[in-house]
Design a protein around this ligand. Structure first.
Ligand code: NOS
Ligand code: ZN
Length: 362
């Protein structure tokens, strides 16, 4: 018998998450406790439930720049070894508890140096925290593997250094590289040097592109930088026209993205909060899925959007009428697009995802 498509059963499905920011996923109580521990007095409110509400409302800004301002508070409490480890451990635990079996979690090491740690030390503590979280999830009967992506901030000038850091840690849990931050005014090609270095090392990367800025950003990310995946990429719809009769016309760039199976890391709730799309009903996820782009479902920032991987899936089910086989397809899309070796991706698909969905589909 087919399982009901509700939150409880979606949480049981084996899920894959490619786009989740470590500093956007703290538990509200952890923000409050770490602030007290490290003497950070800048929090707007202190009770965990008020903090949860504050983050959601402040992030609900309609602009990426304002949305990003909320990260000042989470980054502020992630400056010590204990803080970094705890946040990473809880991240792995929370994702596992939600039924995520493979995740790539990203953060920007350059934002965690205020307590005097080196870039290498910051990465060490976060990776240690992920391992602890994987172990405690396993003890609770949940298997998860967390890979780490190192992000460089696009307004800064450390991307080459962060790319080198990612390669230095490639055998210790870092699986790729990314750039994030305000998009308008900071095109991907500004960081060409970092991407060329990654390519020269046969290493993987994704680029936040096509979120707050449109087609030129996506084009640069692909044609100049050679990105493996697109962080968001929702604005690819600027190159897709749907006529009144439903006839679809796609431009060269949209065709290229689809032909090359370039994965789109779509983040429905986040896209509404930053104003990349007007509402969930207007989100192009449904159109892009129907046109068979390689779409994946992601959380972006669980704290700012008060969401989880299961909730993002439920939102899509409710908005577009997707069924279990669609959710399985999006999950397999994500696993195919992960930055771990091919044989390992295949093993997750064959041994975990397909059997897990088979039980639900009945
Ligand atoms: O959706 C997004 N678009 C662009 N940048 C983002 C987004 N979410 C988070 N960050 C930025 O990435 C940094 C490292 O994790 C965060 O501190 C935030 O500034
Ligand atoms: Zn993001």
């Amino acid at each position: 018998m087919t399982a009901p498509l509700d939150l409880e059963y979606i949480r049981r499905a084996p899920k894959v998450l490619l786009h989740d920011h470590l500093d956007g996923g703290l538990r509200p109580a952890t923000v409050a406790e770490l602030a007290a521990e490290c003497g950070y007095t800048g929090l707007p409110v202190e009770a965990p439930d008020e903090l949860a509400q504050w983050f959601r409302e402040a992030a609900d800004s309609g602009s990426l720049e304002l949305y990003l301002e909320t990260f000042a508070h989470t980054v502020a409490v992630m400056q010590t070894p204990a803080g970094l480890r705890r946040v990473a451990r809880e991240c792995a635990e929370d994702l596992a508890h939600d039924g995520v079996v493979y995740a790539e979690v990203r953060f920007a090491p350059e934002q965690h140096l205020e307590g005097g740690l080196s870039l290498d030390e910051v990465v060490d503590h976060v990776l240690e925290g992920f391992l602890e979280g994987e172990a405690s999830a396993r003890a609770a009967g949940r298997e998860i593997r967390v890979g780490c992506l190192l992000t460089a901030m696009r307004h800064a000038a450390r991307s080459r250094e962060i790319a080198e850091l990612a390669v230095r840690f490639r055998y210790r849990g870092v699986v790729g590289f990314d750039i994030a931050g305000a998009e308008a005014g900071y095109p991907p090609s500004r960081h060409l040097d970092a991407f060329e270095y990654m390519r020269n090392c046969n290493a993987h990367f994704t680029i936040h592109a096509g979120e707050a800025f449109g087609l030129p950003s996506i084009h640069e990310a692909i044609a100049f930088c050679g990105t493996d995946r697109l962080g968001h990429g929702v604005r690819i719809t600027d190159d897709i026209a749907v006529g009144a009769d439903g006839h679809v016309t796609m431009g060269l760039l949209a065709n290229y993205v689809r032909d090359k199976r370039i994965p789109l890391e779509l983040c429905p709730s986040s896209n509404v909060q930053t104003g990349a799309v007007a509402s969930l009903d207007d989100h192009p996820f449904g159109l892009l899925a129907r046109l068979r782009f390689r779409v994946t479902v992601n959380t972006d920032n669980r704290l700012m959007s008060d969401t989880s991987m299961s909730r993002e899936m439920l939102v899509l089910v409710n908005t577009f009428g997707f069924g279990w086989s669609d959710l399985e397809r999006f999950t397999i899309n994500a696993m195919k697009s992960a930055f771990i070796p091919f044989d390992q991706r295949l093993a997750v698909i064959d041994d975990i995802i397909k059997p897990g969905f088979a039980v639900l589909i009945g």
